[in-house]
Design a binder for this molecule. Structure first.
Ligand code: PEP
Ligand code: MN
Length: 359
């Protein structure tokens, strides 16, 4: 190699090192500013400040880089710095895996969410003693540990069946106890938390209530395990923030449930966002469930998607099962009958074995 080139490359290496040191020093100062901004509740991105810095730099620029090139280079530095500040914020959230690296286990009766794959199943709505006992007996015999059933139903029309209320809670509890299962049911109103907590093992916060911050806080204060469904049009970040509301009340027992989001697609009830579920596994330490019933509304899709979700490492799969879906009082078309559940189970069985250790 030409000695002069070698010499100049040595100079470049020295300048690279200096640039690196300066960039790192700049980043450390920016992170400190970011920390103070977070404390004060001020957002990090300040376009006016960025404009001023760029105007100053281009005014000072004597070449050989064009003003455009200088702007482009510095904008990249600003972008990387902002990402660093946001990452810093992320770390302090209670839901974050950075805050707590090991997966949280939520234990209810014989079931451990986050301790190997689980099934949660039962009818959409609790309708009668016979319906609940038949379903619980059938599911328990197949190793299902968590029974679901709605007593307070969020219905699109106010004239549709709204659930049996407290009577339904009692039936759900009795059926779960009779067959040694845990019982999960939805609570829609802060005023009902006390009574639902009396009968249920897990409080479900439904998709339509994911943004109900008063309900999230009260569920947090109840110190009951909370199953938090993702909102119909909620981003992953909004879903995590909703979980943070519960966690911030000192209640660490939160299970995240992906149940499909609204898209333009009409051939499925919703669109299962498997990437959202996997992001939840990677970015949070909370157990994650995938509800293939509400995500698809189509029984023929449920086993393949449950397989995909379990293969992707989620902690639980949720399906609706009813002894006679044709006469069900809600969600007729998407609830499996017993034979369909057996078929479903045979198709996912291999994936219900305990997951290999993380790492
Ligand atoms: C349910 O699980 O009963 C229910 C209504 O689901 P979602 O809130 O996800 O629509
Ligand atoms: Mn339903």
């Amino acid at each position: 190699m030409e000695p002069r080139i070698l010499e100049l490359r040595g100079e470049i290496d020295r300048i690279n090192r200096e640039l690196l040191n300066l960039l790192s020093e700049r980043a450390r100062i920016a992170v400190e500013i970011g920390r103070i901004q977070t404390e004060l509740g001020i957002r990090h991105y300040d376009p006016v400040r960025e404009e001023k810095m760029l105007a100053y730099l281009t005014a000072e620029n004597d070449g050989p880089f064009s003003d455009g090139a200088i702007k482009k280079l510095f904008k990249e530095i600003f972008k990387a710095t902002l990402a660093l500040e946001e990452r810093q914020d992320e770390r302090k959230f209670l839901y974050s895996r950075d805050a707590k690296p090991e997966t949280t286990q939520v234990k209810v009766k014989n079931a451990v969410f986050g301790g190997g794959p689980l099934l949660v199943a039962g009818p959409c709505a609790i309708e009668s003693q016979e319906q609940m006992f038949q379903t619980a007996e059938f599911l328990a015999a197949r190793g299902v540990k968590v029974l679901r059933g709605g007593a307070f139903k969020p219905r699109t029309s106010p004239y549709a069946f709204q659930g049996l209320g407290v009577e339904g809670l009692k039936l759900g509890r009795a059926a779960a106890d009779r067959y040694g299962m845990a019982f999960v049911t939805e609570v829609m109103d802060t005023r009902d938390i006390e009574v639902v907590a009396r009968y249920a093992d897990i409080l479900q916060i439904g998709a339509r209530n994911m943004h109900n911050f008063a309900l999230l806080k009260e569920a947090g204060r109840s110190h009951m395990p909370v199953l938090l469904k993702r909102g119909l049009s909620a981003t992953v970040e909004e879903w995590f923030y909703a979980a943070e509301y519960v966690l911030s009340q000192g209640n660490g027992q939160v299970i995240l449930a992906e149940r499909g989001i609204r898209t333009y697609e009409k051939w499925t009830r919703n669109t299962l966002d498997l990437s959202g579920a996997v992001l939840a596994k990677q970015l949070t330490h909370l157990p994650v469930m995938v509800d293939v019933t509400h995500a698809t509304g189509r029984i023929e899709l449920m086993a393949p998607l449950a397989r995909a979700a379990l293969a992707a490492g989620v902690d639980a799969v949720h399906v609706e099962v009813h002894p006679n879906p044709k006469v069900a009082m809600s969600d007729n078309n998407q609830q499996m009958d017993f034979a369909q559940f057996d078929e479903f189970l045979s198709r996912i069985k291999g994936l219900l074995e305990p997951a290999p250790k993380e790492g």
